[in-house]
Design a protein. Structure first.
Length: 275
């Protein structure tokens, strides 16, 4: 099939899930914003992986259509291709890093039209086994698409310290979690980055029994103060403007069910957009 522009079960270890009673108790916990957290500077970040593999199937966005819908079939075909392309490189216990570069046709906007990078990365990470990965990278560019995988190698010289850090207690499935993070961004004086494509670097700290990929969407949905957002729809930010996204996971048993967040961002110009 030529290139065309629900998460599947991961092939890695399945994270332990709380019992229904424990989940209900967790969801009832109040949301507490611990506030700016200097410990984020100690969170490990990782280098982009090597071992590039060119893709013959185009990356597909997450689909919430009915089972059997064309979008679901295209996604399943892409995930099968990604699985076959990386299986020989993802051996052992990990942790691993993966990078997906989404090549779009000439004339296609990179920073508009709803092609959100996290919606490309989420089904891929879930299918490959999100808990196996300490770092997930995504980029939008023009031309061919490719995957890169390999062991997660700590970056001993990260670019800069986070521009925003916070620690939140409570369940991310509740609207209050997103609201608390958005409010903290506003209180911290974060304003929308200049219009145009953006690079976003996210560090996420959790306890050991968490599927960190489930945090990506509620976290990014909360970034309206940084990304800009639709009037009257505070949790629908302009996240399609992110053309370079890096997500790093730090496990710390002391966090329990708290979530530690660090953000760094930078506008991109014509010369710095990924290629």
């Amino acid at each position: 099939m030529p290139l065309e522009h629900s998460a599947s079960p991961g092939r890695g270890q399945v994270p332990k899930r709380p019992t229904p009673a424990a989940a209900a108790e967790l969801a009832s916990w109040p949301i507490t914003v611990v506030g700016r957290d200097g410990d984020d500077a100690m969170m490990v970040v990782y280098r982009r992986p090597g071992n590039r593999v060119w893709l013959t199937w185009a990356p597909q966005l997450a689909s919430w259509d009915r089972t059997g819908a064309p979008s679901q079939l295209r996604l399943a075909q892409f995930l099968a291709h990604a699985d076959a392309s990386t299986s020989a490189l993802l051996t052992g216990d990990g942790p691993f890093a993966v990078e997906l570069t989404v090549g779009l046709p000439d004339g296609t906007a990179l920073d508009t039209d709803g092609r959100d990078l996290d919606n490309y990365l989420y089904p891929l990470a879930q299918h490959l086994g999100a808990t196996r990965f300490a770092a997930v990278f995504g980029r939008k560019t023009r031309g061919r698409s490719w995957l890169a995988t390999g062991p997660a190698v700590p970056d001993t010289k990260p670019a800069t310290a986070p521009r925003f850090t916070a620690r939140l207690t409570g369940s991310y499935v509740r609207p209050e979690w997103k609201r608390a993070l958005r409010d903290l961004l506003i209180r911290d004086g974060v304003t929308p980055a200049p219009a145009g494509p953006l690079a976003l670097h996210v560090t996420i700290g959790t306890g050991p029994a968490r599927n960190w990929a489930n945090l990506w969407k509620p976290l990014i949905d909360s970034l309206g103060p940084l990304l800009g957002e639709h009037p009257g729809r505070p949790f629908h930010p302009h996240d399609d403007r992110i053309v370079d996204l890096s997500l790093h996971h730090h496990i710390d048993a002391a966090l329990g069910y708290d979530v530690q967040v660090g953000l760094r961002w930078a506008p991109l110009t014509a010369t710095t957009v990924p290629s």
